[in-house]
Design a protein around this ligand. Structure first.
Ligand SMILES: [Fe+2]
Ligand SMILES: [Fe+2]
Length: 140
């Protein structure tokens, strides 16, 4: 299900590791949502927090170089976190059930994540490599 995330490599090791871990969490989340099982909200929270830390690592990398699209990249992170927090709140309030969340995960969250990796993240990684910014410096 999350192959569209896994199959794209940015050439920056920390990004690829983080994206792989995000795909693992998203697969788990889809499994729980499809089965309508307990722990869905907790798994969604874990997905959000993993990515909050991941986004901070990418933003730390961008802060270390003069990267013109940095603000646009960061804005996509902020928008994603807001969207996910909104969906989690609706799940917790009962406004969304597991099936509705599964649809949002498949139709909105997964394609948007995949698109972000292929565009903003890949561009950022290429720029950092050309600028000679080392991967390790972005870990933390
Ligand atoms: Fe990103
Ligand atoms: Fe990323």
């Amino acid at each position: 299900m999350t192959d569209t995330i896994r199959q794209h490599h940015t050439q920056m090791a920390f990004m690829d590791r983080d994206h792989e871990a995000a795909a693992d969490r998203l697969d788990r989340l889809l499994e729980l949502a499809d089965q309508g099982r307990d722990g869905l909200a907790a798994a969604f929270r874990e997905f959000i927090e993993h990515n909050r830390a991941h986004f901070a690592r990418e933003e730390g990398l961008m802060a270390r170089m003069d990267f013109p699209p940095a603000a646009g990249h960061k804005a996509e992170h902020t928008a994603a976190l807001e969207l996910w927090e909104g969906a989690l709140a609706r799940l917790e309030s009962g406004e969304l059930d597991a099936a509705a969340l599964a649809a949002i995960l498949r139709d909105e969250i997964l394609p948007a994540y995949s698109r972000h990796v292929r565009t903003m993240d890949s561009l950022t990684a290429q720029f950092a490599l050309r600028a000679g910014v080392v991967d390790e410096a972005a870990e933390g």
